[in-house]
Design a protein around this ligand. Structure first.
Ligand code: PMP
Length: 419
């Protein structure tokens, strides 16, 4: 496969092409095909950007119809029929049934863009500057978001001071017996702890990039209570765990908490088109007109595909039941791999964000990822030391492909450990 133009012309910053060195060409459902005609089963889903698989025919049909009708492509944040339909559908299918009263802000289209908006608004609404983020958290790489991203590989590239964020241990960071929300409470309530009252706390209910770390429902409820007690804006970063990955639409639903702000990106458009939303408790919506603006916000084609995904999947209880069944299949398989090699692996995860954690050797997950790719499966690593094989298959599709993908990963584990 000729990759020379990418290595000669594209910046050294390129990343995933190094882990998956081929030229991808077409994709359908969970299968991606490269230029040589080789098929790969996708257990990565664009880091959560194509949760419904690639080029889903129902969404494609709506997108093609919109394009064929000369539907408006770009309108800044002017009113469009596409946006009206999206807002009405999002309210009817997602917000209203859950009793959420959020207002919706269309931010720039990346995850980092929506995190920036959340921080600015929380700071504006509270008049305070500090943000508490958690160990192993990932919130994007623009300067404001990067300040809340824990990994030193990314922080070291900032080239400027990253300020106004304090990191606190995530649930389980010091083991199961240490309640880190209690620790935070003590720091906040002690006038001589040195910790200023923050504007916001930002949390992922499951840390995708940070190594598939799962916050317990009790911990999240205690965090919600602490934020409420002190008027701290609780931001749930749902960019990776949201839009079905957890088994519910939102990762925080299981805990029953209602965050003050929610960041959504990646799979909200349903088709891999860039689209991000900030959900805002109306009391905190203190923006003045155009205080936070930009050219690309709420792209109409992405709104059409987002509406299509809500209509085609989220109105159907069978779709949600299917995520649960698929999650059980994945979890049972990685648990059985870990049971076969207890000295090498632990497992953790929720829904269809599952981690096979290499405990004997930080290099193990990377070797398995490379072997899986050789054998025809795309699966990523995450964690502070890239020690976690992160399994993120599509939320729907035929079970046979899912099982085949798991078989390949298991064969890769066996091959790597036998080597
Ligand atoms: N937050 C979370 C939880 C993420 O997983 C990511 C991306 N991996 C981001 C923010 C940043 O999104 P983007 O790469 O689109 O800026």
């Amino acid at each position: 496969m000729d990759l020379s133009v990418f290595s000669s012309m594209e910046s050294e910053v390129r990343s995933y092409v190094r882990a998956f060195p081929t030229v991808f060409d077409t994709a359908r459902g969970s299968t991606i095909t490269d230029e040589a005609g080789r098929d790969y089963i996708d257990f990565f889903c664009g880091a959560g950007a194509v949760n419904y698989g690639h080029n889903h025919p129902a969404i494609k049909k709506d997108v093609l119809e919109y394009l064929a009708s000369d539907g408006i492509q770009h309108a800044l944040d002017m009113a469009t029929s596409a946006k009206r339909t999206f807002l009405e559908t999002f309210s009817e299918v997602i917000l209203a049934p859950r009793g959420y009263a959020y207002k919706v802000q269309f931010t720039g289209p990346t995850g980092a863009n929506v995190v920036e908006a959340a921080f600015k608004l929380a700071r504006l609404a509270t008049g305070r500057t500090g943000v508490i983020a958690f160990t192993h958290g990932y919130h994007g790489l623009s300067m404001g978001a990067l300040a809340a991203t824990a990994n030193s590989w990314f922080r070291d590239a900032a080239g400027a001071h990253l300020g106004d964020v304090v990191f606190h241990p995530y649930d389980g960071y010091y083991g199961d017996d240490i309640d880190t929300v209690k620790m935070l409470e003590k720091l906040i309530e002690d006038p001589s702890s040195g910790l200023d009252l923050p504007a916001a706390v930002i949390v992922e209910t499951v840390q995708g990039e940070g190594g598939v770390n799962v916050a317990s429902a009790e911990w999240l409820r205690a965090l919600r209570e602490l934020c409420t007690k002190h008027g701290i804006v609780l931001i749930a970063d749902e960019i990776q765990i949201g839009v079905g990955r957890s088994g519910d639409f939102f990762g925080f639903e299981e805990s029953g908490i209602v965050p003050d702000m929610v960041t959504l990106s990646k799979s909200i458009s349903g088709y891999g088109f860039p689209l991000s939303l900030l959900l805002i408790n109306p009391e905190l919506d203190v923006w003045k007109p155009a205080m936070h603006t930009g050219t690309f916000r709420g792209n109409t084609v992405a709104l059409v595909s987002a509406t299509s995904a809500l209509n085609n999947f989220w109105r159907d209880p069978e779709f949600v039941a299917g995520i649960a069944r698929r999650s059980e299949l994945v979890r049972a398989r990685i648990d059985s791999i870990a049971a076969r090699y207890p000295e090498h692996f632990a497992t953790r995860g929720r829904g269809l964000l599952q981690g096979l954690v290499g405990i004997s050797d930080n290099e193990l997950a990377g070797r398995i990822s490379r072997k899986s790719f050789e054998l025809g499966v795309i699966v990523e690593v995450s964690g502070a030391h890239d020690e976690v094989l992160k399994l993120m298959p599509a939320l729907l599709g035929d079970e046979e492909t899912l099982v085949r993908g798991l078989d390949v990963i298991e064969s890769a584990v066996d091959a790597v450990l036998a080597a």
